[in-house]
Design a protein around this ligand. Structure first.
Ligand code: R1P
Ligand code: URA
Length: 403
């Protein structure tokens, strides 16, 4: 993460200690010509902090002391994974997958009037939070990374440090499942989201029973490592759970999006990119990019060849396939109205044609989507903190980074 090249790869000759006297171990990642030096080195905390590039993984680091195993926060009230505290995150949040998207979209925020740079904090887990104002309204942009567990951190830890009602819009990338959704379109989960999960028990229970099933049905297995014909995907015996009583992939019922936010976002997106580039429908969040999104290959026995066709048959309004929106909408629903949420994604892959967006086009689409998302966020109505909460905040003298 921090060190590279001959100068740093050689490092100090003997183990060193950090300021608290603890040893810090780093793995040096040297270029091939320096492979002789590719051994773990011990350097000081000061050296690590001064280093300006990203070639070495730091294994030992300072960690604050956390209290409360149920919901850990440090002495300053910072959350365990996102590392932010009250006053650093606005009630209106734009959640994006990557750090680079968060940085790109932070350029859309109002220039800070205080003369100070925009508030930015990267947690030890790599979550980046940027807070400022958009059209005068406080907003935060949070890089959420990938998958439903990361969205869980983002929603729960931000909910814990923000008072009053919140709005969260996810701007991601996704696969377009069927027409009219096409490459580069903005796909809005206005009909909510379902979840798709691979069920490992299917494979566990299938072990040994498949051959028994085939023998008793006179069927033969004739395919690739992924299986074909009656053994594959969610077709045939797999769909009906013929060997095991289970299916390889489970799909949930839909969870709704916030209708006010959905309407605002659709209107803003249509204004930014034109109505023919905006598609509203149902989203599906999968627990992986590959098997649970119906991507096939011969290295794994995934039984997913029919997954996309089955999904579309069961949900004719399905437009997008990604990995986080379901968790956002599910948690928002479970706050009983304290979070309004919606997801929108740039269609990066056409699953029906197998086309993938040329990457150089993505940035412009992220800016368009980000503009629409920020506009929707600042226009949605939110209830402020209750009187009792407002009183407590005053007493605790919370400092807001956007003031
Ligand atoms: C997979 O490549 C990632 O891209 C999509 C998926 O949901 C997953 O996180 O969204 P982001 O571009 O927001 O990360
Ligand atoms: N992100 C996903 O999760 N799936 C895709 O197909 C493209 C982006």
């Amino acid at each position: 993460m921090y060190l590279s090249g001959r100068r740093r790869a050689m490092g100090p000759k003997s183990p060193c200690s950090d300021m608290l006297g603890r040893q810090i171990r780093v793995n040096v990642v040297a270029p091939p010509s320096l492979s002789a030096y590719r051994r773990p080195r011990l350097v000081t905390r000061a050296q690590v902090d001064k280093a300006d590039d990203h070639a070495v993984a730091v294994i030992g680091r300072h960690k604050p002391t956390y209290k409360n195993a149920n919901f850990p926060t440090d002495g300053e009230g910072r959350t365990y994974h996102l590392g932010t505290k009250e006053g650093e995150v606005a009630p209106r949040i734009l959640s994006v997958g990557s750090v680079s998207r968060a940085l790109l979209l932070s350029k859309l925020l109002d220039p800070p009037t205080s003369g100070r740079p925009l508030f930015q904090r990267t947690s030890s887990r790599g979550f980046l939070t940027i807070t400022g104002r958009y059209e005068g309204e406080p907003v935060s942009i949070v890089s959420t990374h990938m998958g439903q567990p990361n969205m869980d951190f983002v929603v729960r830890e931000n909910r814990a440090i923000v008072r009053g009602q919140m709005a969260i819009v996810r701007l991601g990338t996704c696969g377009a499942v069927q027409r009219p959704a096409k490459l580069g379109d903005l796909l809005i989960a206005a009909h909510g989201s379902i979840a798709i999960r691979r069920d490992p028990d299917y494979w566990t229970l299938m072990d040994g029973r498949e051959s028994l099933f085939r023998a008793s049905n006179g069927a033969s297995r004739n395919g690739t490592a992924n299986g074909t014909a009656s053994t594959n995907g969610s077709g045939g015996a797999a769909t009906s759970g013929g060997f095991t009583g289970r299916k390889p992939y489970m799909t949930s019922l839909p969870v709704p999006a916030n209708s006010q936010l959905a309407a605002l976002l659709a209107a803003e997106a249509a204004q930014v990119v034109g109505p023919d580039r905006v598609v509203e429908g149902l989203n599906a969040s999968a627990d992986s990019f590959y098997s649970s999104q119906g991507r096939t290959g011969s290295d794994f026995d995934d039984r997913n060849e029919c997954l996309l066709a089955d999904l579309v048959a069961a949900h004719p309004d399905l437009v997008s396939l990604e990995m986080e929106t379901f968790q956002l909408l599910d948690l928002a629903r479970c706050t009983k109205g304290s979070i309004k949420a919606i997801g929108m994604c740039v269609a990066l892959a056409e699953r029906y044609s197998n086309a993938f967006l040329e990457y150089h086009k993505l940035e412009e689409l992220e800016i368009s989507g980000g503009t629409a998302a920020l506009r929707a966020l600042v226009h949605v109505s939110l209830d402020g903190p209750s009187e009792a909460e407002a009183e407590t905040l005053k007493e605790r003298e919370v400092q807001y980074v956007w003031n």
